[in-house]
Design a protein around this ligand. Sequence first.
Ligand code: M6R
Length: 628
Amino acid sequence: MCGIVGYYGPKDPKSVILEGLQTLEYRGYDSAGVAILNGSEYKRIRAEGKLAALADKLADETFDGAIGIGHTRWATHGPPSERNAHPHCIEGVNIVHNGIIENYAELREELMSEGATFSSDTDSELVAHLINKSMKSTGNLMEAVMKMMKRLEGAYSILAVSADAPEEMVAFKNGPPLILGVGEKELVVASDIQAIMPHTNKVIFLEDDEVVYIRKDRYELFNRSGGLIKKEVEVIDWSPEQVEKQGFKHYMLKEIFEQPRAVAQAIDPHINLETKSVALTRVGFGGARVEELPKIDVQEDLQLTNETLEGIERIFIVACGTSYYAGQVGEYLIEQIARVPVECDIGSEFRYRYPVIPENSLVITISQSGETADTLAALRLVKQQGAKVLSICNVRRSSIDREADGHLYMNAGAEIGVASTKAFVSTLSLLQIFAIQLAKVKGVLNQDTEKPFVEALVSLPSQMEKVLVHDKFFEEAASSLKTYRGFLYMGRGVSFPIAMEGALKLKELAYMHAEGYAAGEMKHGPLALIDESMAVVMLVANDELYDKTVSNLEEAKARGGQIISIGSGENQKLQNLSLHYLSIPEAHWTVNPVLQVLPLQLLAYHVASSLGHDVDQPRNLAKSVTVE
Ligand code: M6R
C-alpha cells in the first residue's frame, strides 16, 4: 500500500524523505515522488517504477527549504505512471494520499463542471483541487484541509503543503496509519515507524479523524471538528538492526532464519520453565534466552482474566491471508486441546456475512501489521455487538492492537518481506499457549497434563533450527521445481492449513499456480489435475491420519504426480515414493505445523529467487493492506 513521509527540520529534506520512502518500500509500490520547498515554490519530482528512478531524477536537484512531502504509490485508480504518481499539485497545493476515496467520481464531476481539469486518473488529485479552492478564499491551509475532509468518503490519510503557506504542513488520518515523530526541532510524519526511527524514537500514533497542524517545528493536534486535543508522546524501544538485512540476500530469507528466535520471543513471557506451565501473564523470564532478547515492553499484557476465559463458550477467529491460515491452525489446536468450538473466517467475508455472535463468545483477530482493513472492520463490527476481542498482533500500538480488549504480542520484531513468515510461526505458538491456558481454566488439562504441550513448545526453537539447515535442499531443487506447470499442496488435519499456507507462499513469490487442498478431498476433483507436469507437495505427519495420507500420496503418484513429501525420520516408503523427500524432526502434533511450514517457505523462496523475482516485494502486492 502507499507510503507517506513528510519532514520539517534542519536536515536535508530530500535525503530524509528519500531514505524514509526506502524504509517503506516493503509496503509495495510502483511509482514515487516528492514535493520539497525551494524558494517560495514547492518543486515536485516524480518517477514511475522503483525509488532508484526517483533518486536518479533527484540526484542533481537542490532545495533550500526545510519542509517537504514524499510518497510511494501502489496503484489503485489508474496505472502506474509518472502522471499518476503523487504528490498531486494544483496551483502550489501539493498533497500525498494513502487510501481510497469512494465518492471520487461524483466529486471529480462536480469539480470539472466548475472548470477544473485533471492531469491524472487517480482518486487523489481532487484532494489538491478541493484544498486549493478553499485556499483561494481563506488563505489558511489548516482551514482548507478541514473543509476538504468533510467532502470525502472512504479511507484516506493525507499530507498537504502549500506554496501560499510555506513551512506549514497538515496531516489527516482516516483509515491508513499515520504516525508523527517528534524530534529536536524536527517533525516527521510517516505511514510507518521505520521511516521515523532514524530521527527520533518519540512518536504520536494518530487515531482516525485526527489532524496534525505543523508550523515550522511546532505542532498542534485537532479532532475532525477542529477542537484542540492533547496526546501523549510515546517512546519506542526498537533496535535499528531489526530493520537491516544483515548479510542475507533478502529480508525474507533473513526473516525465515529468525523464526526460531521469533517463537522463543513469542512464548517466553507466558511460560514458566520450572513448572512447565503456561499463564497468560508475564511469567517465566528465568530462561537463558532472555538476555539475548530485545527489551520488550509488556505493560499491557493480556487483560482477559481466567474468570473471563472460563465463561467463553465459543471462539471466532478473524484474519486475512497468512494470518487466516494461522487462525485455521488455531481452530484445530483450540478445539482439540480445549474442546471449545471455534469458527475461523476471512476478514472480508466475515464483515459482510452478518455473523451471529452468541453471548459468551470471544473473537480473536490475528494480524501481523495490525492495520489490515478487513480485520480491523471485523473487530469494530463485533465490538459494536458487545463481543470481547483478543488481538494477536506484531505491531504494538497499531490500530487493531489499540482497539482490542486483550493483547497477545507476537514479539517477532519487524517483518519487512511482503511474504509473512516469522509472524506466522509466532502466531501458531501463541495460539497453543492460549489453547493450553483455556484448557486449564476449563478443566480439560491440569498442571500435569499440560506438561507435554509446554515441553513441545520449549523445544520447538531448537527443532526449527534443525529444519532450517535444509536450506540448500530447496536451493538445489529449485531449478527443476520451477519447470512444473503447477503445484498441489496437500495435508490432512492440522497439516491442511499448512498446505494452504505453502501454496500461498509459492503463488505470491513465484507467480506460479499453486493450490492447497485437504488430501482427503483429492478424489472429489483435484485428482483430475494430476499428470507428469504437476508437482504434489504432500505433508505426511506421523499421526493417526498417517496411513490415509500415504494412500493419497500413492494415488497422486499413480497419476504421474511429481511427489515432494515432508515427513519425519528415515522413512524408506516415503523416500521410494517421492522425487524429493525431506525429513523434519519427530515432534508433538501441536508444534509439527510450525516445523512443516519452514520447508514450504524455503521452497517458495528458492523457486522465486531462481526465477529472478523480487522476493521481498512481489509484484502487485503490499505488505500492509490498509484498504479493502
Ligand atoms: O498484517 P496482516 O497479518 O493482517 O496481513 C494479512 C495478509 O495481508 C498477509 O498475511 C498476506 O497474506 C501476506 N502477504 C502473506 O504472505
